[in-house]
Write a protein that binds this ligand. Sequence first.
Ligand SMILES: [Zn+2]
Ligand SMILES: [Zn+2]
Length: 212
Amino acid sequence: MTHNAPPLELRTRQVGPWGMNTYALICPTTQASVLIDPGDEPDALSAMLGDSRPVAILLTHTHPDHVGALAAMRQRLGVPLVAHPGPHAGGMALDADQWLEDGDTFALGAHALRAIHTPGHIGDQICFAIDDDARIIVGDTIFAGGPGKTWSAAGFRETLRTLRDVVLNWPDDTICYPGHGPHFRLGDIRALVEAFVRKDHGDFYGDATWEM
Ligand SMILES: [Zn+2]
Ligand SMILES: [Zn+2]
């Protein structure tokens, strides 16, 4: 929005048995913040938010490792829950306060986040792209070493479509912040992703690496 506002501060905390990355984005101008994917360890998540002013909890998707502390953090923070309308993991009925579909924006202080729907790993997977910024919170859409896990050949084919039609359209300088493992620059793995989507993977599904 205001392009001369100081950029959003990004904080990361790895929580829970699956080493899931919870992120917090904080507007330095207004101190407004969002908590993205409260996976586990409510006390650590509260500490991460510090003395910022939380305005919402955002979900990249509804797998258990990303929502383990959702009930606890909703209770603590008393802020709206914002997520994709689904379908959600295991057919759960998510009682969000606001739904974000592809292209919808969410105002955060002097900035805005834009939802990008990236189905495949799960139908309700969205990324949060920061407007006027190279950083995107990608959830389990894509990792440094491969795409997110799939549980059916149809899910894997949807992942391939998402990589080809969505992710590969992002600029090389995009910095991806995934749900697990380190962040990475898209340009550094573009050749691997391009080779991966060109290959015939048959009826494969499951854990994939770029090299397979
Ligand atoms: Zn997941
Ligand atoms: Zn995950």
